[in-house]
Design a protein around this ligand. Structure first.
Ligand code: GAP
Length: 445
């Protein structure tokens, strides 16, 4: 991975050019810190989520899936502490009129100067205003009767409010977890670095409920397990990841302990995922506010207690960006620069691209289309005949397609096609009747 600062603009440009990510509402000038995922991006994002879901919901019997609502009522966030504590303290600069977080004044600039325009700030004016990050709306037809509601700032709260429902339907014994993938919304103040910090994003969260005396060991287990997942299931280079444990004064209002999995982004080491020991904070608060009993009865020990929660909380968009940064490379090939997204072949948006060598030869086009129609039943494929072969290869290299298959003038005679591998650019001549087995073998190891 190239790690110079210039790589981010290159990735942003590739994302636009090749249909991964577009600015939201672009034809109207865009919407700040909100992005749309194009044809390649939508598939890549789905692949990330599918791998996560498969690993934790389908392949384990101690975690169940959930799809809770995005809009949630006010008491949920009163109980969770988000109404009172999910705030950034803001300061306005009287000179440049920019608004920034108080910690930026402390960390990035001289404590009495604006971090943007460097104008002196009168100490009298350093009276931060609290700004809640949640996005509020109203439900109801008549304004005077409308009830406030919020777009959830984390998927976690839908899991806590459904804790009893899931327990009562599945009769699970502790430890067990509830997993959810979904959108979350935050009216972020600082929104930089492309899709790293956005106002609408997606999370993949597990709330893993454990007896209090098992919290520490499960917390350690999840830190290791989540790091393993990025390396083994997504193919991210482990050298680009590290664990950072939070100090006491950094912990969120609900956390007893927290570790971040950090990734070496082009703009520095930053949080990719947080794994927190949330104690019994959430279930206790929701139990108290809703007046529902959210305790757990352990049949074995005949004891009743409030479970503790270990929460591995990952961002889909941040994982997407980490994958692109990890996979992006430039190579010199015959005096020209080849841009390659060296994505893990199971994560790449398309697995096989199929071309006729010459688009003005109907018999080649027909054979390529018929192979496409057959292979797409088993693999995610793309057919393309809109350029010369060199251009088609480069296009697929840039979107990370592991294999290109070309039907050429010899195909009719020898009943073989050329398969070209993305990373090595090595070409194999493969009999058509063996082509499915050939790809099945390639994707299984
Ligand atoms: N339930 C715990 C929680 O939400 P968080 O550290 O605020 O904890 C977890 O968020 C993950 O969600 C982060 O590690 C990041 O990957 C992602 N995330 C949070 N805020 C984000 C934002 N504004 N834009 C993109 N991803 C975000």
């Amino acid at each position: 991975m190239l790690m110079d600062k210039d790589i981010l603009p290159k990735i942003v440009s590739l994302c636009k050019r090749r249909g991964f990510v577009f600015p939201s509402c672009e034809i109207y000038g865009g919407l700040s810190a909100v992005w749309d995922y194009g044809p390649m991006g939508a598939v890549l994002k789905k692949n990330i989520k599918d791998v996560w879901w498969k690993t934790y919901v389908e392949q384990r019997d101690d975690i169940a899936g959930l799809d809770a609502s995005i809009i949630m009522s006010e008491p949920v966030f009163k109980a969770s502490g988000h109404l009172d504590s999910f705030t950034d303290a803001l300061i306005d600069c009287k000179s440049c009129k920019k608004r920034f977080k108080i910690e930026h004044l402390e960390k990035k600039a001289k404590a009495d100067h604006c971090p943007e325009c460097h104008a002196p700030i009168n100490p009298k004016d350093i009276q931060p205003r609290k700004f809640n990050l949640m996005i509020k709306t109203h439900l109801g037809v008549l304004e005077e009767e409308a009830k406030p509601a919020y777009l959830r700032p984390e998927t976690a709260q839908g899991i806590f409010t459904n804790f009893s429902n899931v327990l009562n339907t599945l009769h699970k014994k502790l430890p067990f977890g509830i997993a959810q993938i979904g959108k979350a919304f935050r009216n972020e103040v600082t929104t930089k670095s492309f899709i790293f910090r956005t106002r609408e994003f997606e999370q993949m969260e597990i709330e893993y409920f454990v007896p209090p005396d098992k919290a520490e060991e499960n917390y350690r287990y999840w830190v290791d397990e989540r790091r393993r997942w990025y390396v083994e299931n997504l193919g991210i280079n482990e050298k680009n990841m590290k664990i950072r444990e939070h100090s006491r004064d950094e912990l969120a209002h609900y956390a007893k302990a927290c570790s971040d999995i950090e990734f070496n982004f082009p703009f520095g080491w930053q949080e990719l995922e947080g794994i927190a020991n949330r104690g019994d904070f959430d279930l206790s608060c929701h139990g108290k506010t809703s007046k529902q009993d959210l305790t757990y009865f352990d049949e074995k020990t005949k004891s009743r207690f409030m479970p503790f929660v270990i929460e591995p909380s990952a961002g889909v968009d941040r994982t997407f960006l980490a994958l692109l940064c990890d996979a992006y490379r430039e190579e010199e090939v015959k005096g020209k620069t080849r841009v390659v997204l060296g994505l893990n072949k199971n994560i790449a948006p398309y697995k096989i691209a199929i071309f006729p060598l010459l688009k003005n030869r109907p018999e080649l086009v027909e054979k390529a289309k018929s192979l496409f129609n057959d292979l797409k039943k088993d693999f995610v494929c793309i057919y393309d005949d809109t350029g010369a072969i060199g251009k088609l290869y480069r296009r697929q290299d840039e979107i990370g397609t592991p294999f290109c298959l070309t039907v050429d003038v010899e195909t009719r005679e020898d009943k073989k096609v050329t398969v070209r591998e993305r990373d090595t650019m090595q070409q194999d001549r493969v009999p058509i009747e063996e082509i499915k087995k050939y790809f099945r073998d390639k994707f299984s190891n």
